[in-house]
Design a protein around this ligand. Structure first.
Ligand code: NAG
Ligand code: NAG
Ligand code: NAG
Ligand code: NAG
Ligand code: NAG
Ligand code: NAG
Length: 396
């Protein structure tokens, strides 16, 4: 009985894991959470785009086991064309190569991986070539057991043969099967446009939900206006196949300069709907920058937030109704110790430790736990994920 159960369990696990790689991708032997594919030949400038086009991004190699898996694959495979092989043979006796997601930034003089991780010890950097290839993100090609950023092993001889920038190789792309508890996602307003390919890449990198701004006030201009770019992001996210999409309203709540709560919600939802945008929930962004609230009138602010919430709830096509985006500091400055919205979900912003979890949450406003945490704000990124800068969010 024991053996029988074990066998069934293993078979189910294998079947489950296998089916999670997208079509055309292969599950990694050394890391079953990752699937890879190699695109047809591209130059280093468009290698990342080639991966985005297939719903993935350039490969981050996390350890020596992964490294060896790819080296073996490259040495034994036929993933580059005969023509390229000939081309590559000219530069190093027998080389088969792909671009990977390791890149050099000349302004910081640092290398980093496409997935933002810090596991750079498995790329051997050839500094003589790094200097030459100083423009923008750089990628590496495999050579023996190492990865280099040029088409020759420079060693003591820095003269390169041929035109590096025109060298065409396969792009080694990765898709990650989400295994961590909870779900990662992101949010942004009009400052960051995200196209369909970028959303596909984000999804391939494990960022499964999106929250887009549909109304902006405060620093963006009083009395506020709908956010066309934010609405476009919401539509692009849907087109890219994301299923979990919300919106947020950054309201204007000051007494004389702002539109009524009813109008702000009506116009925000009106413009979203007119553009064909569909969202599950609308979050009310309660925060302090700009001159959007009168801090001397907490009672008035409470009423304004209640009006925004009840107007959002009155739109039956917003199926999950309203939620509140804030933190203890913003909330207390604007509404004091009010607990009047604690029955709504809380989208908690605290990016101090930059990890996807709810640790460090101290109850406020009547909330005992958040529903979503904004754990990294866009300005903190050491580099862009999928050429996108947005705030990183997490939920259980
Ligand atoms: C990555 O490494 C740098 C330098 O060692 C460190 O300052 C930074 O905090 C690390 N980032 C993460 C996310 O671990
Ligand atoms: C290089 O780093 C700088 C400073 O962090 C950043 O502003 C810039 O966007 C980076 N360049 C690329 C191509 O990632
Ligand atoms: C360096 O490379 C160039 C170009 O292939 C070659 O002509 C030269 O002999 C090499 N020098 C050394 C010291 O290997
Ligand atoms: C919408 O907000 C207005 C204030 O602007 C308020 O008077 C009205 O009751 C709200 N409507 C609903 C349906 O809650
Ligand atoms: C879109 O928003 C603007 C205010 O920014 C408003 O004047 C206009 O009526 C809205 N359109 C719709 C269809 O709701
Ligand atoms: C933010 O989170 C950190 C760690 O998760 C925690 O130590 C800190 O108290 C939090 N700040 C606030 C204002 O809740």
């Amino acid at each position: 009985m024991y053996y029988f159960q074990t066998t069934v369990f293993v078979l189910i696990l294998l079947g489950y894991a296998k089916s999670q790689c997208p079509n055309g991708f292969t599950q990694m032997l050394t890391n079953p959470k990752k699937c890879y594919t190699v695109t047809s030949s591209v130059t280093h400038d468009n290698a990342q785009q080639a991966c985005i086009d297939v719903g993935a991004q350039l490969m981050t190699i996390e350890n020596a086991f992964e490294n060896n898996e790819f080296i073996m694959l490259l040495l034994n495979s036929d993933i580059i064309t005969q023509n390229q092989k000939e081309r590559v043979r000219i530069v190093t006796a027998s080389l088969q190569s792909v671009w990977i997601g390791y890149q050099y930034n000349i302004s910081t003089n640092k290398y980093s991986w496409a997935d933002l991780s810090n596991t750079s010890t498995y790329a051997k950097v050839d500094t003589c070539c790094a200097t030459r290839n100083s423009q923008g993100p750089l990628l590496y090609i495999g050579w023996n057991s190492y990865w280099y950023n040029c088409d020759v092993s420079c060693g003591t001889n820095c003269s390169l043969i041929g035109d590096y920038d025109a060298l065409k190789l396969g792009a080694l792309c990765e898709y990650r099967i989400s295994t961590s508890p909870g779900t990662k996602g992101g949010d942004t307003g009009s400052s960051n446009q995200i196209n369909v390919n970028q959303f596909k890449c984000l999804r391939a990198s494990g960022y499964e939900f999106f929250i887009g701004q549909i109304w902006q006030a405060g620093e963006q201009g009083i009395p506020g206006t709908y956010d066309q770019e934010g609405i476009n992001n919401i539509i692009n996210a849907r087109t890219a196949g994301l299923k979990d999409i919300d919106a947020y309203i950054f309201p204007c709540g000051a007494p004389t300069t702002c539109l009524s709560a009813a109008d702000q919600v009506k116009y925000a939802v009106g413009n979203l709907t007119k553009a064909g945008g569909v969202v599950d929930r609308i979050w009310v962004d309660v925060e302090t920058p700009g001159t959007v609230w009168d801090f001397q009138q907490p009672k008035r602010n409470q009423q304004f937030i209640s009006d925004l919430v009840s107007n959002i709830t009155s739109f039956k096509n917003i199926k999950n109704g309203a939620g509140i985006y804030t933190n203890a500091d913003h909330w207390s400055k604007i509404v004091g110790d009010w607990t009047g919205q604690s029955s709504l979900p809380l989208f908690w912003t605290n990016a101090s430790h930059r990890k996807p979890d709810f640790s460090g949450f101290t109850p406020f406003g009547g909330w005992k736990m958040p529903t979503i945490r904004q754990y990294e704000i866009d300005k903190q990124h050491p580099q862009k994920i999928c050429n996108v800068i947005y705030d990183l969010d997490w939920k259980q």
